[in-house]
Design a protein around this ligand. Structure first.
Ligand SMILES: [Zn+2]
Length: 336
């Protein structure tokens, strides 16, 4: 089985994002939001059959761990109330996709975060996502201010209410920022990769893994700059007397393969143990074009894994085994 652990519903029916704009406009005007628009199963089906499902079939992958559009989370917009209503609408829509295509999509939830608001407010949505919707993880935004980094680092006890819930339900979090509202940080070209790198570094300099021995995080986009700079982080950990970086991080932190060229994948697989790499493409996402050097889509990452000098057993871990291990609830949902 080939499990893509990183997909977003980037093709949702137009009225969904349309309502979001109305909601934020209403918030600015101090008015209540309009009622949420209706969406038929057929409208949803159409966006998937011609979108992510089509790409799955073309590329020979089986299952996508699917969450709301990341740049659309917009935690810097509105306030805690608007974030709660928006996260609820987005997660409900993911649940509908997963119910319509249970063999192809399994859900991960976005959280109703807001800059400066304790993430305690995310607990009811986590409960709903896991207990009602059967989701297997969450996306955690380390910077709800959208590029201004106003909240404490991920090692701070500020985040512990979310970590306690993750451990209680045995669900991992993908560390994933949303859109940048800081013009110095392009959303997908800088802010995403900065978020990945900063998130890793914040956790490294914390006691999160001492306090939550079984907690698991996925650092997307190949780990941002981390694998390329593994020597720097090993040295920083050593200088700070944190012990070996591998001992410190690799029981709890995993990297996905959203790296859009072969040399990048080769480096990832050479630096990070195979047990810590999860296949992912983030298809129909940030980079949608065709690479003129290969003639294939940049985000067709399966092609790069296929070319790595690894054994069939090692590739099976990247494509399936590691995802089942990190998303602990995944296998039981698949069997259902
Ligand atoms: Zn993403």
């Amino acid at each position: 089985m080939i499990i893509d652990c990183h997909g977003h519903y980037t093709t949702a029916p137009r009225q969904h994002e349309g309502w979001r704009n109305e909601q934020i406009e209403a918030h600015k005007a101090g008015k209540p939001p309009p009622p949420r628009p209706g969406m038929t199963d057929d409208e949803i089906r159409k966006t998937i059959v011609g979108g992510q499902l089509k790409v799955q079939r073309e590329r020979g992958t089986d299952l996508t761990i699917f969450s709301p559009r990341a740049a659309g989370m917009g935690h810097h917009l509105g306030d805690a109330t608007t974030s709660e209503a928006w996260a609820s609408a987005c997660n409900e829509l993911i649940h509908r996709v997963c119910a319509l295509f249970p063999k192809n999509f399994i859900g991960v939830g976005m959280l109703p975060q807001s800059a400066g608001v304790s993430p305690k407010n995310c607990i009811p949505e986590i409960d709903r996502c896991v207990s009602e919707y059967g989701f297997v993880g969450v996306n955690l935004n380390p910077d709800p201010s959208g590029g201004h980094w106003q909240d404490p680092p991920l090692g701070d006890r500020y985040w512990y209410p979310v970590y306690e819930k993750m451990v209680e339900y045995d669900i991992p979090a993908m560390i994933h920022v949303s859109a940048s509202c800081n013009p110095t940080h392009h959303t997908t070209g800088a802010h995403y990769l900065n978020g990945d790198t900063a998130g890793f570094n914040q956790l490294m300099n914390s006691s999160v893994f001492k306090d939550f021995a079984t907690i698991k995080f996925i650092i997307p986009h190949g780990g941002g700059a981390v694998p390329y700079h593994w020597g720097r982080y090993r040295g920083l950990a050593q200088d700070a007397k944190l012990g070996l970086l591998s001992d410190l991080m690799l029981k709890n932190v995993f990297f996905d393969t959203c790296v859009y060229h072969l040399p990048g994948q080769e480096l990832l697989a050479r630096v990070v143990p195979v047990d810590n790499i999860l296949f992912a493409s983030e298809m129909i996402g940030a980079v949608r074009g065709i690479d003129p050097e290969t003639g294939h889509h940049y985000d067709d990452t399966k092609r790069y894994i296929d070319q790595l000098p690894l054994s069939a057993e090692e590739k099976a871990k990247i494509f399936e085994g590691n995802a089942r291990r990190v998303y602990v609830r995944l296998s039981s949902v698949i069997e259902k």
